[in-house]
Design a protein around this ligand. Sequence first.
Ligand code: ADP
Ligand code: MG
Length: 264
Amino acid sequence: MTGPLLVVSGLSKHYRRAGRTITALDGVSFEVDRAETFALVGPSGSGKSTVARLLLRLADADAGDIRFEGRDLLALRGTKLRAVRPRLQMVFQDPLSAFNPRATVGRVLDDPLRIHGLVGRNERPGSIAALLERVGLSPALALRAIHEISGGQRQRVAIARAVATKPSLIVLDEALSSLDVSVRADILDLLVSLQRDEGIAYLLISHDLGVVGRIAHRVAIMEAGAIAETGDARQIIAAPTSLIGKALVAAMPSLAWLASKETG
Ligand code: ADP
Ligand code: MG
């Protein structure tokens, strides 16, 4: 397959609520390359999660086109859609609501291996142990329930589950937002090492330019359902040109170190 991993063109989505039409997305276009981290940044309500929902086919677009691994994603149905599912994974902000909290960690990781028929029954416990080790967790954790482990451990389990199916793209929608700063830094390091070893691309959705500046290669800044500016992540953080970009950077004094790195 040639060309970018993901090509989003002219994506639009409207919602009707109480007789009013809400424009969630208005002609959004961007591309993500293999093994690249592309960030979508913007204030609450700017349409970031809508992009994720349309990509994961959790909602239907009104207009536009999504090509993923060369396929017309929005046209896929049934078995063809199921066949791309393993390649396009998602990590949500709150894994406690994404998983059954009483399920064991082992069960959560066994599901994708079984459902997608990736590993034979006898090999699955070994695969689960390897996945846990890959995300920096003890294989013994497989016996614990999701609600018993810490938020950071849970987010590592969510990442293990996403990588279990050997995806080419993982969408991370505010996946690190509810974590402590030090836990977040460790998980950012984990994401970088997974990308290096397995060539996974990330669509990193975040309102936190600090997170974006640490791992994103390119960024698109969104406002009111449209992309206000896009380009190299460090350049945009150092010298945003859009009003919304300037406002987001100004709201984060801790980003000064990045800006000084860029200019100095
Ligand atoms: P973000 O993730 O950037 O905070 P969203 O994509 O969740 O933004 O939302 C974009 C806009 O679409 C917001 O105005 C939001 O209220 C609206 N919206 C999102 N989902 C729905 C829905 N299911 N019904 C009605 N409006 C929605
Ligand atoms: Mg959102």
